[in-house]
Structure formats: structure tokens, C-alpha cells
Design a protein around this ligand. Structure first.
Ligand SMILES: [Zn+2]
Ligand SMILES: [Zn+2]
Length: 137
């Protein structure tokens, strides 16, 4: 048992994984999310404060959903999201499509580099052995 206090209601619950939120709260948050999602569709020009007040959801929670790419905003929305890397306007998440692609490529590069380094290390390990055999004769 891994007991923790729920980050939302403060009650003790058996923590398994993910955000430290109890099951009833998880359901309530999900209901809030559906409500907010619908609200944004119906009120595409609502500001963050307005959404928060009309749905009784914290702006922090809304921003979290945005970062998780669960909420999208139209071009008419006063909520302007900017790519955290290059500053381009985006509709959801934290980065624009271009930066996401370039970051994914960088990640692949690092993996390739690591594999190469590992191969080189293995080769270097093998070399002294053959060299030693050479010395024995
Ligand atoms: Zn709770
Ligand atoms: Zn970008």
C-alpha cells in the first residue's frame, strides 16, 4: 500500500501511478474536462478566465489540459498559445509541429550516436585481445 493525499480533495487514497489524485476525483476531473471541451466548442472566443469561472475549473487545470494537447483553440480565441521553442502561434500543446519534428529527429540522432558509441566501445574491447595474442608469439 502506498498511501498518499489526493492533490485535489486531500483525502488519503491508495496511490498506484500517474497524478496523485483519488479515483472519485479522477472521474470528477474527467467530467470537468468534457464540460470545458464542450464549453470551448460553444464559446470559441472565451478567455481563459471566463472558461475557468464559467466551469468552476482552475486556470491551472485548463493550462494542464492544453499542455497535454487535450484542448484545442480556434484562431478567434483570445487564448494565444506560443511554441515554447520558437514562439510560433499554436493551437494546442507546448510546441509547434516543426519544433516537434526537429526534436523527434534530435532524439533519434542521440539514439543513433549512443548505438555508434556502444559499437566502438565493443570494438575497442576486442582489439587488445588480438593484440595480446600477437605479443605472446
Ligand atoms: Zn480526491
Ligand atoms: Zn516551434
Amino acid at each position: 500500500m502506498n498511501l498518499r493525499n489526493c492533490a485535489r480533495c486531500g483525502k488519503m487514497f491508495n496511490y498506484v501511478a500517474g497524478p496523485a489524485i483519488c479515483d472519485p476525483c479522477k472521474k470528477a476531473v474527467e467530467e470537468d474536462f468534457q464540460k470545458v471541451k464542450q464549453y470551448i466548442q460553444d464559446n470559441p472566443t472565451a478567455s481563459l478566465k471566463q472558461i475557468s469561472e464559467d466551469n468552476e475549473v482552475t486556470t491551472k487545470q485548463i493550462q494542464q489540459w492544453i499542455r497535454e494537447e487535450r484542448l484545442m483553440f480556434s484562431k478567434d480565441s483570445p487564448i494565444q498559445l506560443l511554441c515554447e521553442k520558437c514562439g510560433e502561434p499554436i493551437t494546442t500543446g507546448r510546441f509547434c509541429a516543426k519544433c516537434k519534428t526537429s526534436m523527434a529527429n534530435t532524439l533519434n540522432d542521440t539514439v543513433a550516436q549512443k548505438r555508434q558509441a556502444l559499437q566502438q566501445a565493443l570494438q575497442q574491447k576486442q582489439e587488445p585481445k588480438s593484440g595480446m595474442r600477437f605479443l605472446d608469439t
